[in-house]
Write a protein that binds this ligand. Structure first.
Ligand code: ZN
Length: 292
């Protein structure tokens, strides 16, 4: 009998180890269009999914330009999760050029859409109630592409929905503590309409519902008058927008800068808002401390 050389044994051992590892890590490849959705998919998918995010931390999805790597992520994916409501205008072309077999799911399906000037307001995630709908849609989509994980996806979703219920209650009691007349702020772009409708803080934004255009001098003058007349107490910066406009408005009106709000994007792991729940907590804390 011929004895196996040591190098053959090492090669065989490495081969077996890699086969075992690939069985253990048969993860479902999912693409999320932006960081907030990426976090929701991770919470529902747990360790069964491998999540790739197109527009990463502090990125601006309104004006994003996809890269060839983004197309490759879509080609390889089983599922692509998008917000919809016109948020990712660049996505249909990217999906078409990427090809592949991925199922596309629109996380906002079924929520009560809010319109501004006859256009859908895409920022539905600023209401925790809507995000409960997002999470249910993501669960259904994952169950459909990976039925053997159904029990895990349902258990993860139930646990996460309970956290969202706690978060929703926190937001309501924080807003209830702000004097009614002071529940109004300025933010750079019109990203908080759903928060406003759900929880009752009024937002005025010079930039409109997208970040793709600058406000006109006329719009700006109108807002400055509005801030002075309504005695709006605070102006907020956003992580995805140029802070100069808001600093100028604060200087012209005497409204104070209340800090930074996270509108369309999470931060990196070491920032103030690495997860959706952190983001909502940060925003509501910033709002209550500026308005109380
Ligand atoms: Zn936005």
């Amino acid at each position: 009998m011929r004895r196996l050389g040591i190098s053959t044994i090492v090669t065989l051992a490495l081969f077996l180890a890699s086969v075992t590892a690939s069985f253990a890590q048969q993860k479902i490849d999912v693409v999320a269009s932006f960081s907030i959705l990426g976090d929701l998919v991770k919470n529902v998918g747990g360790d069964r999914v491998n999540v790739a995010i197109l527009v990463g931390p502090n990125g601006d999805t309104h004006v994003y330009t996809p890269s060839p790597q983004d197309a490759r992520k879509i080609t390889d994916a089983k599922l692509v999760v998008v917000n919809g409501l016109g948020f990712e205008g660049w996505l249909p072309r990217l999906v078409k050029s990427a090809g592949g077999q991925a199922v596309i799911v629109t996380a906002s399906d079924g929520i009560a859409e809010r319109d501004i000037n006859n256009k859908a307001d895409p920022h539905a995630w600023q209401s925790v109630i809507n995000v409960k709908g997002y999470v249910s849609n993501i669960r259904e989509a994952l169950v459909a592409v990976d039925p053997s994980g159904a029990a895990a996806y349902r258990a993860n979703t139930t646990a996460y929905l309970a956290k969202l219920d706690t978060l929703d209650a926190e937001v309501r009691s924080a807003v209830a503590a702000i004097p009614v007349a002071r529940r109004q702020v300025i933010s750079s772009h019109d990203a908080f309409g759903y928060l406003s409708d759900e929880y009752g803080i009024a937002f005025v934004a010079p930039q409109g519902v997208s970040t793709d255009s600058e406000p006109s001098a006329q719009d700006l003058a109108k807002i400055i008058t509005q801030i002075k007349t309504a005695k709006i107490p605070a102006v907020f910066l956003e992580n995805i927008s140029d802070p100069r406009l808001m600093r100028r408005i604060a200087a012209d009106t005497g409204a104070k800068i209340g800090g930074t709000l996270y509108s369309d994007s999470l931060t990196a792991e070491n920032g103030d808002a690495p997860t959706y729940i952190d983001m909502v907590r940060h925003n509501i804390k910033a709002l209550t401390s500026a308005l109380n």
